[in-house]
Design a protein around this ligand. Structure first.
Ligand SMILES: NC(=O)c1ccc[n+]([C@@H]2O[C@H](COP(=O)([O-])OP(=O)(O)OC[C@H]3O[C@@H](n4cnc5c(N)ncnc54)[C@H](OP(=O)(O)O)[C@@H]3O)[C@@H](O)[C@H]2O)c1
Length: 335
């Protein structure tokens, strides 16, 4: 059987570009005993996977990606054929596979989804009901906990996590929700499509002054997806008792020398709570998160927004576009 795959052709130097990846057609043989053949339907583009593209990248979370091999990524797909003990033909599964049409899965890390639930589009499991939507939910309900009267700032505000976080912050009662983004055009979309009250374009000069103007009552919750120099600026504007759900550091992923804040003492003097979290380690809480996100969607209080590409061969371009800020909503490649 022919299989289109996208390989890691060379290790990205800094920010990834489409030429770091190569689409090829290979012949797939299998499944062998103990394996299932998965027909991927959607591939999720996640900036975080840039972390494992460097030579020396392997850590406790994932191994470094191998050159010349299909790029690792989250997918949702259907079991087309199975010689696996717990996966059966027709199962809808989500998990870490690769940028390819068909995958052979031997491990048990795949999550079997409820395929009877025909109301839920399959791509929701990579977006609003997947790792990114649930990160917004856990970060805000566990750590951020915005209250009426408070100001919430969200970085990468139009990205897969940020666009959900902005909507949840409003729902939880925040009085002012401000999105950080890379262009005025994206900022206007944050306001008109997602209910953000205001935006800051971090490419404009004098970020510090922009925070003073846009967050006149200071910052009570900073949902951080980018880390780096923006976090440093935010720390100069936090209120006493502020909370910072630290979800990701996309500004650091493409550099060997990440720039950390030099003003961490602000966290002490303002009694700030800064806490990191990993959504995929909270599997037992997925039903709670999905249940609440689904209820909010059904009642029209939040919406799903996707930025889609067509065909596996587009994966490299789609991934590069995340770092060029071309996306708005959850980036997906339809296989
Ligand atoms: N903790 C967890 O369990 C967990 C789970 C999922 C994701 N994450 C993390 O959450 C963060 C957001 O992921 P996502 O999937 O929402 O993002 P995404 O959809 O992949 O989009 C990335 C966004 O980051 C912004 N960006 C890119 N380069 C940047 C830079 N150098 N400085 C500032 N902003 C930059 C761009 O938005 P602009 O154009 O607006 O700048 C871009 O749209 C990532 O750090 C990811 O690793 C964490």
């Amino acid at each position: 059987m022919n299989n289109t795959q996208v390989l890691l052709k060379r290790r990205p130097q800094g920010v990834p570009v489409a030429e770091d990846f190569e689409a090829v057609t290979t012949t797939l043989v299998g499944p062998r005993e103990g394996e299932a053949l998965i027909k991927n339907e959607y591939i999720s583009m996640d900036a975080g996977f840039r972390n494992w593209m460097d030579e020396d990248a392997g850590d406790a979370v994932l191994p470094a990606m191998a050159l010349g091999q299909p790029v690792m990524g989250l997918t949702v797909g259907v079991v087309a054929e199975s010689r696996h003990s717990s996966l059966k033909e027709g199962d809808l599964v989500m998990g870490r596979l690769a940028w390819e049409q068909y995958s052979l899965a031997a491990d048990d890390f795949l999550v079997v989804l409820d395929h009877q639930d025909t109301d839920t589009p399959t791509h929701y499991h990579l977006g609003i009901l997947g790792d990114t939507g649930m990160s917004a939910y856990f970060g805000l309900t566990d750590i951020g906990q915005p209250k009426v009267g408070e100001t919430v700032v969200i970085s990468a505000a139009g990205g897969a996590v940020g666009y959900v976080a902005g909507q949840i912050a409003k729902l939880m009662g925040a009085s002012r929700v401000v999105g950080l983004t890379s262009s005025d055009a994206k900022g206007e979309r944050l306001k008109s499509e997602l209910g953000y009250d205001a935006f800051i374009n971090y490419h404009e000069p004098n970020l510090d002054q922009q925070f003073s103007t846009t967050c006149p009552a200071g910052i009570d919750v900073y949902f951080d997806n980018v880390g780096g120099p923006i976090l440093e600026t935010v720390l100069n504007h936090v209120n006493v008792g502020a909370r910072i759900p630290f979800c990701g550091a996309v500004a650091d992923y493409s550099t060997k020398r990440p720039q950390g804040p030099s003003n961490l003492f602000q966290i002490v003097t303002n009694s700030v709570r800064l806490q990191g979290f990993m959504t995929h380690l909270q599997l037992e809480r997925y039903p709670e998160a999905r249940g609440q996100l689904t209820a909010w969607m059904k009642s029209g209080q939040i919406k799903s927004l996707t930025h889609e590409y067509d065909g596996v061969a587009q994966c490299g371009q789609a991934f590069a576009d995340l770092f060029a800020g071309k996306n708005f909503g959850k980036t997906l490649v339809k296989v």
